[in-house]
Design a protein around this ligand. Structure first.
Ligand SMILES: NC(=O)c1ccc[n+]([C@@H]2O[C@H](COP(=O)([O-])OP(=O)(O)OC[C@H]3O[C@@H](n4cnc5c(N)ncnc54)[C@H](OP(=O)(O)O)[C@@H]3O)[C@@H](O)[C@H]2O)c1
Length: 313
């Protein structure tokens, strides 16, 4: 099969389209023909080596963690899936490799693809969807009237988080760039703040929850927007416990293993018209390096997706 692999950490020149063996389907696995692979910021962080201390890789290593595709084989211990099922998933980093024509993935990490969207759109959901769900629904336990600030409201995680928080009755304030303010409002945000022209910490106060998808100076400035005892949930940079204590607040980092059960709930929301993904530029598998280059510049609008195989191959 064809796969985009790296043989060492580095820039996009390390990304090689090459032949690789089709993975073995273990007893608890499904083997999936990948139709579309979603691209996440962590893909270029893993490629470059900046995450090598936390997620060390052995080479060659196939990039990518999100995908939608068709089951071609199931392991002997798997009962919930059959060949021909259309599925989507977020593959464990230890196994990695959705920038490839086939992937064996634990059946517990897989869910049936939302029926109402394309493979490319479904592939945009797993990692950001699970992060947004974990942060807002499971960790922050978003409820009616909760005041939530979501940073990066037009991003992959932020756009899903805005929709999930709103559905759970929260009052949602979101930050976004000038060109995305109307879009973020259309997703359900009650208030939007243009991060290019306004300092959010000057206009936002008494938040119950902040979802920080940016880290750095954004995380630091977010502490002052929380009420006493409020919660900052981060997806990029773990909050310092000392900083949280100084602010009289709590901080936590979300990074959870793939869970098919969460994806199944997200698929239901998609199929009932309550959750939409913002898909941006689409690329062929061979053009994955171009997608990484665009992503690393921060100029990609919407979620980038790779087309890998035909669903009928
Ligand atoms: N821990 C986890 O489980 C997990 C899961 C998924 C993602 N993540 C991490 O979460 C982060 C976000 O991921 P993503 O996929 O949502 O990225 P993304 O799609 O690139 O979204 C980032 C968004 O942030 C906006 N932005 C940039 N600077 C901003 C600022 N100063 N204030 C407000 N918004 C700003 C960008 O807008 P512009 O277009 O205007 O630049 C963009 O819309 C990444 O670091 C990723 O690695 C973690």
């Amino acid at each position: 099969m064809k796969a985009i692999r790296i043989h060492a950490y580095g820039d996009i020149n390390q990304m090689q389209l090459e032949d690789a063996p089709i993975p073995m389907c273990g007893p608890g696995d499904v083997l999936v023909r990948v139709v579309a692979a979603g691209i996440n910021p962590i893909d270029w962080k893993l490629r470059s080596g900046v995450m090598a201390d936390n997620l060390a890789k052995t080479f060659p290593f196939t990039l990518g963690s999100d995908a939608a595709g068709v089951v071609t084989a199931v392991g002997g211990a798997v009962s919930g899936f059959s060949p021909g099922d259309e599925v989507f998933f977020y593959a464990e980093f230890a196994r990695g490799g959705t920038y490839a024509e086939y992937l064996a993935v634990e059946a517990t990490q897989v869910a049936l693809k939302p029926r109402t969207v394309s493979f490319a759109t479904a592939a945009a959901l797993p990692t950001p969807g699970q992060a947004a769900w974990t942060a807002l629904i499971e960790v922050a336990q978003c409820t009616q009237g909760m005041r939530v600030l979501i940073h990066g409201g037009a991003g992959a995680v932020g756009s899903l988080a805005v929709q999930l928080a709103k559905q759970h009755g929260a009052h949602v304030t979101a930050t976004a760039g000038t060109a995305d303010l109307a879009l973020v409002k259309s997703l359900g945000a009650d208030e939007v703040i243009d991060y290019r022209t306004q300092r959010f910490e000057q206009v936002v106060k008494n938040m119950d929850v902040v979802l920080d998808t940016l880290g750095g100076v954004t995380q630091e400035a977010s502490w002052s927007t929380l009420r006493a005892g409020g919660l900052l949930v981060a997806t990029t940079m773990p909050p310092s416990p000392e900083r949280a204590a100084a602010a009289g607040a709590h901080g936590t980092f979300v990074f959870t293993p793939p869970r098919g059960a969460v994806l199944a709930q997200l698929a239901t929301l998609v199929d009932t018209g309550r959750l939409r993904m913002l898909v941006g530029q689409e690329f062929t598998l061979a053009d994955a390096p171009l997608a990484h280059r665009l992503g690393e510049t921060g100029k990609a609008r919407g979620k980038m997706v790779l087309h890998v195989c035909s669903p009928d191959a």
